[in-house]
Design a binder for this molecule. Structure first.
Ligand SMILES: [Fe+2]
Ligand SMILES: [Fe+2]
Length: 281
């Protein structure tokens, strides 16, 4: 019963601006060319300025200032530009509030940590540079469903987020028992409403208990491991280590072992600082 009420809030979420909707649509359309994408973005001066601001930030480490979308696409590839547009639109549209166990800043820092961690893993797997931002966006959005809980079910969410509430049971399972829906499923429904790329829906839906073998395994494993790692190492939201299980299948899929994590993620804190440029809207 509660589930239906929660889902109604997703229906009421604002849609994206026409431009961003067009960008989403073009990114899902195999026949669309880079030219079509540049054209769609350039019709919206605010989005154009935002994309250029992000591309010129320390996060991308460009040696020279990039002043046009055409140049940005040549230097970074159409995928990166698409993902920068999606990332800035999503963060702009979802206003997170402070909740009892984490602030809005901590929430986004956790999201950026998982985004950046996933991108690091993609590079290690040899994913081509233009495709690594798929990992970043999947990580950035994995917990987006929590925004609905904090905005509309603040008391219930605070109650179940208490570490002392049903200790030993994963919080995502507690959400399902108490509210009837987990933040992972809500996140998937938000992504669906916004017509985000299909592989993102699956990764968001599965981020706590990934089911592998469906074709998206590396992205799913990267987000799942980065989420676990950020919780263990208190990047963003603090004190959540041990709340969710890590699926041991990730080590095979990501071609690494648990002993490698310290080395692989050694620069994560610094990179998250650079990635915070996404939050300054
Ligand atoms: Fe989560
Ligand atoms: Fe998370």
């Amino acid at each position: 019963m509660v589930k239906e009420e929660v889902i109604k809030h997703i229906d009421r979420l604002p849609g994206f601006s026409m431009t961003v909707a067009k960008v989403m649509h073009l990114s899902n359309d195999m026949r669309a060319s880079p030219k079509d994408l540049i054209h769609a973005i350039s019709l919206d001066p605010v989005l154009t300025a935002e994309v250029l601001r992000l591309i010129n930030s320390a996060y991308f480490g460009m040696k020279q200032a990039v002043v046009s979308l055409n140049r940005a696409v040549i230097l970074l590839g159409v995928n990166t530009i698409k993902n920068v547009a999606i990332g800035s639109a999503v963060i702009g549209a979802m206003k997170m509030r402070n909740s009892k166990y984490f602030t809005s800043d901590e929430f986004w820092e956790h999201s950026l940590g998982v985004a950046t961690g996933s991108k690091i893993l993609s590079a290690r797997l040899g994913v081509p540079a233009q495709e690594r931002d798929e990992y970043f966006i999947a990580g950035l959005l994995h917990d987006i469903g929590k925004v609905i809980f904090v905005q509309h079910l603040a008391d219930e969410f605070a109650r179940l987020s208490d570490p002392a509430y049903q200790p030993g049971v994963a919080k995502s399972e507690v959400e399902e028992k108490l509210i009837g829906v987990s933040h992972a499923e809500l996140g998937m429904l938000i992504a669906k409403k916004w017509e985000l790329p299909p592989q993102l829906l699956d990764t968001i839906h599965d981020h706590h208990s990934p089911k592998f073998g469906g074709g998206n395994d590396q992205v799913k494993a990267a987000v799942h491991l980065s989420d676990w790692y950020c919780n263990q190492s208190n990047i963003g939201i603090k004190g959540r280590g041990g709340m969710e299980m890590l699926s041991p299948e990730v080590w095979d899929i990501l071609k690494m072992s648990e002993n490698d994590t310290g080395d692989i993620f050694k620069d994560l804190g610094k990179l998250v600082e650079d990635a915070k440029v996404f939050l300054k809207n």
